[in-house]
Design a protein around this ligand. Structure first.
Ligand SMILES: [Zn+2]
Length: 210
């Protein structure tokens, strides 16, 4: 199947050059993305496509279930590079409905590495059992947990030394939490935006998660 991808790439590159002969030359000079996107690896949630943006506009880190682990050097490296080197001031944590990672964590014990990776989702589910058990088991409950997880990941991101130092230096960095609705193709703002290290009026998104 690789040849299909290569063929499509050739067509895409030719189209871009036809539209703008200097397009790739300009892009190759450097990147100045506006957003840092932390999203799920799910193939149905490609950040550029759902954000209606082209190459060079979003710096992305994606993993299964869009989790923020304080020991994930991959994510922390992207965050540090994005904020300190690329000068990004808009950070987005985006979860989505129908997330396979969330569903897998809710189904029960897994075999393999994913079991460790998704442990944080199971903990979140236990901590929010009251809210979740009010919803029917399955997609509705899982999608609520996806929202709860985004709020938690925004909070975790704000605890990273990279962001705490950025705010201490007076940098105007914002961290937003979004959910992508697969069945509508729309991004929902969860309104848990943080613009500083300190919480005001309790845990952000508390009304949604507790
Ligand atoms: Zn997912």
């Amino acid at each position: 199947m690789l040849h299909k991808l290569l063929e499509r790439n050739a067509v895409w590159a030719a189209m871009r050059r036809a539209e703008d002969p200097g397009y790739f030359e300009q892009l190759s000079k450097g990147q100045e993305p506006t957003y840092l996107w932390i999203g799920c690896s799910d193939s149905r949630v490609p950040e550029n496509v759902v954000g209606g943006l082209g190459p060079g506009e979003i710096f992305a880190h994606r993993n299964v279930a869009n989790l923020v682990h304080s020991t994930d050097v991959n994510l922390l490296s992207a965050l540090e590079f994005g904020v300190n080197e690329l000068g990004i001031r808009e950070i987005i944590v985006c979860g989505h409905t129908g997330c396979g990672g969330i569903a897998a964590a809710m189904r029960g014990p897994l075999e393999g590495v994913a079991d460790h990776w998704l442990e944080t989702i199971r903990r979140l589910a236990r901590r929010n059992e009251e809210v979740l058990s009010a919803l029917p088991e399955g997609p509705a409950r899982n999608d609520k947990l996806a929202e709860i997880s985004v709020v938690e990941m925004v909070d975790r991101l704000c605890e990273t030394p990279v962001l705490r130092k950025a705010w201490a230096r007076g940098m105007a960095v914002s961290v937003h939490g979004l959910i992508y609705r697969l069945s509508q193709g729309e991004l929902d703002n969860l309104d848990v935006t943080r613009t500083g290290a300190h919480l005001e009026g309790g845990k952000p998104g508390a009304g949604r998660t507790a």
